[in-house]
Each structure stands twice: as structure tokens, then as C-alpha cells.
Write a protein that binds this ligand. Structure first.
Ligand code: PHE
Length: 446
């Protein structure tokens, strides 16, 4: 596509908010607190932060650089830099598509809770309420489709007037609402036990599986390894400062994850619940917390509203990866590309949403149902493979001088850690990724 015709971000703040909006999502608000709860509290947080510094920043920068240089969708960007590499980008597009198909199912759960808190009240028997809803089939598909339509309405408007504008509204709101709820949570009587669990590392809890869980979470939370940062980077003008952006995105993402920890864990501890509930933590345990809290319905509503904002800035990025592929490669208008992708996705939702009812016992591979299987495949295989291909590409395939030129905007931006960064992309990140892959495929047992 003609470069002039490609949409661009209106400002670098807009790009940072949109990219951080993609990174900040259910991974921060739903997954991070329950992973902390399951993996020993502060120890997990510490390992997470270290891995974020070591691999998170460097891969974010590499991905954005590929996008800005390639100036196309994830497939086209790789292909434009080096013929024959488009497949690496295509894998990313496929991964983001598969992730969307189950991500929207969880967005549907969030919407259901939002409506419940707003219109009906706090669900009394939250365990039964949750089970009842996720196994409802049609109702759960319906809520997911509503989430899909909301994201679609934003994406159809384009990069600067859709995605960027929505992110500029939703991200600051998300931040303000989170601070309000976090202040409420940490000032609850008994909340300090939760804060301590969250912050105080018990080093004996650091095991191989904790490190792997933390690493998987770094990838998932930063939306790495699936073409999102490539796609978003491709809408950046040549003179923007890539280093600054790739620092800001992980910083904002981590800030929100930590804030989510400060909301969920103190609240759970204050009312004497266990933090080890796993995926049900915010859907089953938190409603009980809100029930026991003064103005609980209000805080519950605000909480699910902010989760919804966070999830929506993510779903728009998931859609955008596939849409930009269709627009750039097949020269189809954004409007039709968006409607087409939404249509296909709505069909793929069905087996995901039915994984908790009709298809509950239909196991695909590894004894997992469709929903769990997709989650397992994308988190443990496709994301690390996507990340590994990216590291190989930037570290070995793309000419080093060209990489440096792109990262420093032809020498205009100073980057004092350039050598360390390049070393990380060439050696450290790939080794770590290979270890995850071996572990995920059962070759290595940690
Ligand atoms: N980063 C998103 C989150 O934290 C999840 C995500 C993963 C989005 C992969 C896109 C791709 O919720």
C-alpha cells in the first residue's frame, strides 16, 4: 500500500497509550493477581520484574522496530525487510486471531458481571453464579459478541481516529478508577496481610515452574510474539523515538499489574479468603469480598468497569493485527476487512464458549477442551515460537547496521545500552525461549 495512504498515529503519546492499552488487559487484572496468588506471592512478583527487565524491554523494542521499518502488517513487515520471512509474521497473526477467539469469551464474563453489578446487584452465591453463566452457552456467546461489536466499532474508525482516540479516553479513566479502588482495598482492616504477601518475597518459593509461569506472563502481558507491536509500530512515523516508547510500554504495563495486585490481594486477605483460587479469583472470590464491603456494589461495579476498559483496549489490538493484514495484503477497505474478521471470529467463539457446557467433555489434545487447548497452545507454544523467530530475525537475519539505524532513527536517538540490548536479543532471549518451549512440549521437566 502507498505509504502516504497508510494510517498513522497522531502523536507519540497516542501510540504509547494505544500500545500500553494493548499490553494492559485481562493479563494484568485477571491473570497477574491469580498467578501471584498461586505461585507464592512476592517471590513470583520479584521473578516477574527481573524477567521483565531482561527480556520484556528488549523484545518490545525489537518488535516495534520491525514494524516501523517494514511499514506493513505483521506478515508484510517481515517480508519487506527480508523476503521469505513473512511466515514468521503470519504465525503472529494466526496467534492473535486464536487468542482473540478465547479472549472475547472472558470479556463476555466481565461484561456479564458489569451488567449484574449495575442492574441486579452483587451475585450472592458467586461460585454458582459463575458456573451457571459460563456454562450457559447462548448467553455467554451473546455477551462475547457484544464485546466484539464494541471493539469492532472502534477499530473500524481507523488507527488515529478509532484506536488512538479510544485509548486516550479509556487509559486515563482506567488509571483513575484503579487508583480509587486500590486506595479502598489497601485501607481495609486486615489488608496489610495481603500487601505483605504481595511484596515480601519468600525465596524458598522460587522454583522452576514459578520462573516459567513468570516468563509466560511477561510475554502474555506485554502482548509480545504475535505481531501486535509490529502492527502498531508500523503506524509510527520515521522520526519517533522508539527507545522511549519501548520503555514506557512495559513500565505502564507493570505499573497496572502491580496496582491490580494491590487491589485484589489486600481485599482477598482482608476478608479472610485464600488467594490461591486460580482463574476464578476475580469472578468468584472478589464478589464475596465486595459483598462483605461497605458500598461493595459500587466498588464492584467500578472494578468490572475498569477491567472492561482494559480488556477493550486489548481486544482492539487483537482485531487490528488481522485487519491490517487483510487491508495491506489484499487491499480491502478497512470497513469490509473489519466486518469480515468479526464475522469469522464470531463463529470461532462458539466452540470456545461451549467449552464450559455442551463441549465440556470433548477433549482435543492433551486431555484439554477447546478453550483450554487454545489457551495452552497460544501461551506455551505459539507465543514463544513467535518471540524466538523475532529474536532470530533481528539478531541474525536483519543486517546489524540496519537494525541500529532503525532503532536510533539513523543515529538521531542516543541509545547507550545498544550493545547489551543486541546481546540480549541474540543470545539471552532465545535461550530463555527455547527453555520455555522444551518445557511446554514436555522434553524438559522443571
Ligand atoms: N497483553 C494482553 C493482556 O495483558 C493479552 C494479550 C496477549 C493480548 C497476547 C494480545 C496478545 O491482557
Amino acid at each position: 500500500m502507498d505509504e502516504k495512504k497508510r494510517d498513522n498515529w497522531g502523536s507519540s503519546v497516542g501510540f504509547i497509550l494505544a500500545a500500553a492499552g494493548s499490553a494492559i488487559g485481562l493479563g494484568n487484572l485477571w491473570k497477574f493477581p491469580y498467578l501471584v496468588g498461586k505461585n507464592g506471592g512476592g517471590a513470583f512478583v520479584l521473578v516477574y520484574l527481573i524477567l521483565l527487565l531482561v527480556v520484556g524491554f528488549s523484545i518490545t523494542l525489537a518488535e516495534i522496530a520491525v514494524g516501523r521499518k517494514g511499514k506493513s502488517d505483521a506478515y508484510g513487515a517481515y517480508e519487506n525487510i527480508k523476503k521469505g520471512w513473512g511466515g514468521a509474521g503470519f504465525l503472529g497473526i494466526l496467534t492473535s486471531f486464536l487468542i482473540s477467539s478465547y479472549y472475547f469469551v472472558i470479556v463476555g464474563w466481565v461484561l456479564k458481571y458489569l451488567v449484574q453489578f449495575a442492574v441486579v446487584g452483587i451475585p450472592h452465591d458467586s461460585g454458582q453464579f459463575f458456573q451457571g453463566f459460563i456454562s450457559s452457552g447462548a448467553e455467554s456467546i451473546g455477551y462475547s459478541v457484544v464485546g466484539l461489536i464494541i471493539a469492532g466499532v472502534i477499530v473500524i474508525k481507523g488507527v488515529s481516529s478509532g484506536i488512538e482516540k479510544a485509548s486516550k479516553i479509556m487509559m486515563p479513566l482506567l488509571f483513575i478508577l484503579m487508583v480509587i479502588v486500590a486506595i479502598r482495598a489497601v485501607t481495609l482492616p486486615g489488608a496489610m496481610k495481603g500487601v505483605e504477601f504481595f511484596l515480601k518475597p519468600d525465596f524458598s518459593k522460587i522454583t522452576g515452574s514459578v520462573v516459567l509461569a513468570a516468563l509466560g506472563q511477561v510475554f502474555f502481558s506485554l502482548s509480545l510474539g504475535m505481531g501486535i507491536m509490529i502492527t502498531y509500530g508500523s503506524y509510527l512515523p520515521k522520526d519517533s523515538n522508539l527507545i522511549k516508547s519501548s520503555c514506557m510500554i512495559p513500565i505502564l504495563d507493570t505499573f497496572i499489574a502491580l496496582l491490580a495486585g494491590f487491589i485484589v490481594l489486600p481485599a482477598v486477605f482482608a476478608f479472610g479468603f485464600e488467594p490461591t483460587a486460580g482463574p476464578g479469583l476475580i469472578f468468584i472470590t472478589l464478589p464475596k469480598v465486595f459483598e462483605a464491603m461497605v458500598f461493595g456494589r459500587f466498588f464492584g461495579f467500578i472494578f468490572f468497569l475498569l477491567v472492561f476498559f482494559a480488556a477493550t483496549t486489548t481486544t482492539i489490538s487483537l482485531l487490528e493485527v488481522s485487519i491490517s493484514f487483510v487491508i495491506d495484503q489484499f487491499k480491502i477497505k478497512r470497513k469490509y476487512a473489519t466486518i469480515g474478521i468479526m464475522g469469522v471470529l464470531a463463529i470461532v467463539f462458539i466452540p470456545n464458549a461451549l467449552s464450559f457446557s455442551t463441549l465440556e467433555n470433548v477433549k482435543i489434545f492433551f486431555g484439554l477442551n477447546f478453550f483450554d487447548f487454545l489457551g495452552y497452545m497460544t501461551d506455551n507454544l505459539f507465543l514463544p515460537i513467535g518471540g524466538l523467530l523475532l529474536c532470530i530475525f533481528v539478531g541474525y537475519v536483519w543486517k546489524k547496521e540496519d537494525v541500529i539505524k532503525e532503532i536510533t532513527s539513523e543515529g538521531k536517538v542516543k541509545f547507550s545500552l545498544l550493545d547489551i540490548w543486541f546481546f540480549g536479543i541474540r543470545y539471552i532471549a532465545p535461550i530463555i525461549l527455547v527453555i520455555i518451549l522444551l518445557q511446554a512440549t514436555g522434553v524438559l521437566k522443571i
